[in-house]
Write a protein that binds this ligand. Structure first.
Ligand SMILES: [Zn+2]
Length: 188
């Protein structure tokens, strides 16, 4: 499906547009499930994520296992993806341009310090899915990020984090104070 590109000034308008679009923005007809939520497909391009590509794919798969309202799928070659995933030598970070759209950097600095690459990937994708950092926090929280320490390898969102994403994509798409800011670089 086509997801329009957004620039900063259009965020407010996009929020309205998206709420109108979300109802029909479905993948292939899904069998009846325990929820009435239709998955909104969000594409990601991990071709620039170098040695982290498999970790990024695993992070996306974890989100797909965890929530019903959104599905992360690799973009086709030549297709403009909703999420661009890159590798670089900085600290991991994400910039969300609108819900489900943005750029993720899998920063080697944190990997060198010992942080788990799948947790990093899942965490940064969580930002694009609307979640803010929740720090400091325990390892059971995905969005506690690096504050859970390098021994933490949990890459799964907890119940509250899953619920928030279900609400963003499956519900009225209302944002609350405390949600991940748009057009702001979130480092960590
Ligand atoms: Zn973060």
């Amino acid at each position: 499906m086509h997801i329009r590109q957004v620039t900063g000034g259009l965020v407010a308008a996009l929020a309205v547009t998206f709420s109108l679009m979300s109802g029909q923005a479905t993948a292939a007809p899904a069998p009846a499930q325990d929820t009435a939520v239709a998955a909104r497909v969000v594409t990601y391009d991990a071709s620039g994520s170098a040695e982290f590509r498999s970790a990024v794919d695993r992070g996306a798969a974890i989100w797909n296992e965890s929530v019903n309202a959104v599905e992360l799928v690799p973009s086709a070659a030549g297709q403009r993806a909703n999420i661009r995933v890159l590798a670089d030598d900085g600290w991991p970070r994400a910039q969300t341009t609108s819900l489900g759209n943005g750029t993720v950097w899998i920063g080697r600095q944190a990997v060198i310090e010992g942080h788990n690459t799948i947790r990093i990937s899942s965490h940064e994708l969580g930002h694009i899915l609307g979640l803010p950092d929740i720090k400091p926090g325990p390892c059971t929280s995905l969005m506690s990020g690096s504050t859970a320490g390098t021994s933490c390898t949990n890459a799964y969102p907890n119940a509250a984090e899953k619920s928030a994403v279900e609400g963003y994509f499956g519900g009225a798409l209302t944002r609350k104070s405390g949600d991940a800011p748009l057009n702001t670089l979130i480092v960590d």
